[in-house]
Design a protein around this ligand. Structure first.
Ligand code: SF4
Ligand code: SF4
Length: 458
């Protein structure tokens, strides 16, 4: 039976939530390794929240690694770059992990791949010149990050330059680096903090410089002891790299969904975002650790966002790993590299089991928001039969957004949009806590996702 924690608003906690088994040990010890190049990439032109980018290369054009292949359209959008050298193919539609069909640019990867050889350590590891951050012009940072096409790597894939654009109406005093990675199984952020702590710190300080924030707080769940030690050492070595900006680490009690923006802000800073508001309403900018490294690479090394770390894990995969993956790589290529599926493999999920999407097609590409591939077995999935709702109220007790999931799912099933709206369906963060605890095995979050997608917009 699911383990749940009592709702609490005490410092270090948030309301609702659950405590699923972490299963992190399957992949946590494996250093990030470069994935051998696939022969073909399929790069969607919309991997971010906001307007799709517009292709800017012709079919059969020769591409160099890092070349822009699609232009951002408007402010809330992100450029897309070729991860590897190769030849652009005619745009085609691709189905991404969430099930959305999107235009994409297929790339046939050059056999010798000039300029495209990248390891994680060569890109993000090693020494970073943190002293240079004080000399950056704050207003020039967001455009540099936009140029690199950086989108949030924690899941939502919101274009990062938008968050880094200072707004007079909502001044930011704190940059909150989200290193919680509360989703079971996934270890990509953990490995990034262990292996590239200076890059994480550099990105956080650059964000503070852009927003004139005086404080950087790195929030990590307390069980990530190696990541904490690694970051502590990097902070100590950095000294006062950016004068006037303090840097601290806050260890949080592991609890799902600690990594949600609202939950991390509440637990780490004791600040409560008003209903319908953004983190900026409480003077906070939240950035994921992977996004920090992408910001650092963009600003201090001039590198576009073309790769990301992806955890491949679960008892249904032969050899779990943390991989440095070119964006657009088919997921089946990652699985093959990890020794393939085991005979017990039952479900392949993009992301983790709580917030991820079950894949119907393993040719879906890795995007900027793909944090992991989790392969579950029959034993993991259990066999509790689906029944009618028994009105136990557990789904509401664990909902961190204080919603009534059973009502929302019912409204979605019956396309009762007035009911869905009156119960604030758009406030659902799709954390999956409600489905996790439901004794009737009702796929609540799946119904709610359908409702959010189909809800007529005014
Ligand atoms: S209704 Fe949404 S926010 Fe609430 S528990 Fe379910 S998935 Fe999470
Ligand atoms: S947890 Fe499941 S059974 Fe209980 S009230 Fe919610 S939907 Fe109904």
């Amino acid at each position: 039976m699911a383990s749940t924690a009592p709702a609490s608003s005490a410092p270090g906690h948030f309301l609702g939530g659950v405590h699923p088994p972490a299963h992190k040990a399957l992949a946590a010890a494996f250093p990030i390794q470069a994935l051998p190049h696939p022969k073909q990439l399929v790069v969607p032109i919309q991997q971010h929240i906001g307007a799709p980018a517009t292709p800017c290369v012709e079919a059969r054009a020769a591409l160099s690694a890092g070349q822009r292949i699609a232009e951002a359209k408007g402010f809330i959008s992100a450029h897309v770059h070729a991860p590897l050298a190769g030849t652009a193919q005619k745009p085609a539609n691709v189905t991404i992990a969430s099930g959305r069909h999107l235009p994409a640019i297929p790339i046939t990867v050059a056999a010798d791949n000039p300029g495209g050889e990248q390891s994680f350590q060569a890109t993000l590891g090693g020494h970073w010149d943190l002293g240079a951050i004080a000399g950056l012009e704050p207003s020039a940072i967001a455009p540099q990050v936009a140029e690199a096409g950086v989108a949030g790597m924690g899941g939502a894939a919101f274009p990062t330059h938008v968050k880094l654009s200072a707004q007079e109406k909502a001044p930011i005093d704190t940059v909150l680096v989200n290193g919680c990675e509360c989703e079971p199984y996934l270890t990509a952020d953990d490995r990034v903090m262990i292996e590239a702590p200076q890059a994480v710190l550099a990105g956080a300080l650059i964000a503070a410089r852009a927003l004139a924030a005086g404080r950087v707080v790195i929030a990590i769940e307390q069980d990530k002891t190696r990541a904490m030690a690694s970051l502590k050492e990097a902070i100590a070595q950095a000294g006062q790299a950016l004068p006037g900006v303090s840097v601290e680490i806050i260890g949080l009690t592991p609890h799902y969904p600690m990594g949600g923006e609202r939950q991390t802000i509440r637990a780490a800073l004791g600040r409560i975002i008003p209903e319908g508001g953004l983190p900026s309403a409480v003077g906070t900018m939240v950035i994921n650790v992977g996004s920090c490294t992408a910001v650092a690479a963009a600003v201090l090394r001039g590198l576009p966002m073309t790769h990301r770390v992806v955890t491949v894990t679960g008892r249904g995969i032969a050899q779990p790993a943390n991989l440095w993956v070119p964006i657009g790589t088919p997921i089946e290529h990652l699985i093959a590299h990890c020794g393939g599926l085991t005979p017990q493999a039952q479900r392949v999920i993009s992301g983790g089991p709580m917030m991820g999407f079950a894949l119907g097609n393993l040719s879906a590409p890795v995007t900027k928001g793909t944090s992991g591939i989790t392969v579950l077995t029959d034993a993991d999935l259990g066999d509790a039969p689906r029944t009618a709702c028994i009105r136990c109220g557990r789904c509401g007790e664990v909902c961190p957004m204080r919603l009534v999931p059973s009502r929302l799912a019912l409204a979605s099933r019956h396309e009762n949009w007035d009911l869905a709206r009156s119960h604030h369906i758009l406030h659902c963060m799709e954390c999956g806590c409600c489905s996790y605890v439901c004794p009737a095995s009702i796929p609540l979050v799946q119904w709610i996702r359908v409702g959010k997608a189909c809800l007529p917009r005014d």
